[in-house]
Write a protein of this length. Structure first.
Lengths: 274, 274
């Protein structure tokens, strides 16, 4: 039986821990994999973050996040691509398994969803040579359809894989259960991703009923209605046995608790319900 | 050019009008089609509601709503089917174009989404003979994926059409732009629905950015980011030229305004942005 490990996405402990505190906290609890956000890395400095990762033998399962490609003017789109090139450098410095791409929603006040999706394809194409030169994989994360307007116009695994097919093997998908659990084509799409060998990350949390906020009310595994074991089985059957990365945005609950309590809950739920 | 008319879904004026006030309000503003909710019909009585519809020559574009099939026990599921049979009778009494089905989410505390979807198919099958005997069409409404847990586990037009294919021509889809506008397969799915001649209703409103509540923060047409004209063009190209039904759940905005103001806004936006 495979020994899947837990990775802590540092959004989960954002309420109490910066990068350095999170590294210390993970080490205290025996967690050896993390996935930081760029603002957390910038706050301590890329070089210092990379030093802490290397010194402590941590695995970085992803850097969050690149993307956000659509914009109304060519100059704005280029500025976003430039920022993505810097994100690639940071992912390389951290030796991250991938740079996670949250691709962006509609361009400004435009209602042209097809146009926005085209800008995403153009953006990935523009950053791909530098990513390949740096050995950084790009993980397109399809986001839940409720984010299509303002965060990501790629909303299903199939749609992300269609995009992956336009590029080489260094562009894959990050599968976050929160975003995809509803999809009637979930099993087929995960199988397809496995056939393509493009599953680069597996994020977990839970869907609460009721959900009180579209962005910041994600649940701890086991507190909601997602069949986490079933989705894990699909992902493992598709050949992915990498870490499961816990990523919980929870402004009114987990972000108000001490990091140690959050991490202990993650580990306990990871053992019992994931 | 086709003269598409507006139908008022009476959820839109729920904040200030019951059934009778809404009928009076519609007549005052020249609106000749409505779509009431069952609780609104029950409050005045089915016979009286039907009399008002007939006397005033109103078209009822749909009765909201049947469905809600999944449940943990066979007895509960049968009780839901029994209620759906009563809904069919009410739709027949009102001479409604269709009974709209919001199919229901997960069964109780179950996480079995596939099982819930099976219960939906079973539920539609169980009510179909009575619907056919009464001449009532059933319109499955795919709901936005953010409602999969608690309101509807049918979340795309394609998925609804797969269900329609199991049944005869009296089972079709209600296409609500709010629920489907994000779908990367939207154009193809609408085309498929047209080929099957199963488009039974076209609901409109808008997606606000930000959306502050998952259920009760829908926007007036033109106040959000949905390209309503583009979706209307797809639906008309697929052969549907029936009424566009305005359905807006808006606890903090439109439900707090007088019905006449709401209806005037609907008519003005219908002329300009739909």
């Amino acid at each position: 039986m495979s020994e899947t490990i837990l990775s802590l996405n540092l959004a989960t402990t954002r309420g109490s821990w910066g990068f350095a505190e999170a590294v210390d906290g993970c080490l205290r609890h025996g967690i050896t994999a993390i996935s930081p956000w760029r603002d957390q890395v910038h706050a301590i400095g890329v070089a210092e973050a990379a030093r802490m990762v290397q010194t402590n033998g941590l695995r970085v399962t992803g850097l969050c996040r690149g993307g956000m490609f659509p914009a109304e003017t060519a100059a704005e789109r280029q500025a976003k691509i430039d920022d993505n090139l810097r994100a690639i450098d940071e992912a390389a410095a951290l030796n991250a398994d991938c740079l996670v791409l949250v691709v962006g929603g509609l361009a400004g006040s435009s209602k042209d969803i097809t146009g926005a999706r085209g800008m995403v394809a153009d953006g990935v194409a523009a950053m791909l040579p530098h990513a390949q030169a740096c050995g950084v994989k790009l993980a397109i994360e399809p986001l839940h359809p409720m984010y299509v307007a303002d965060r990501a116009c790629i909303n299903t695994i199939d749609q992300a894989l269609d995009l992956c097919e336009m590029f080489g093997p260094s562009v894959g998908v990050a599968i976050d259960v929160y975003h995809v659990w509803w999809d009637p084509r979930l099993a087929a799409a995960i199988d397809r991703a496995g056939q393509m060998q493009r599953i680069f990350a597996h994020h977990i949390c839970d869907w609460l009923v009721p959900t009180r906020d579209l962005l910041l009310d994600r649940g701890m595994m086991g507190d909601g209605v997602i069949d986490l074991k079933a989705i894990r089985a699909m992902i493992e059957a598709a050949g992915y046995h990498g870490p499961q990365e816990v990523e919980i945005f929870s402004a009114e609950n987990w972000w108000k608790r001490p990091g140690d309590e959050v991490v202990q809950a993650c580990l306990e739920r990871f053992r019992t319900v994931c």
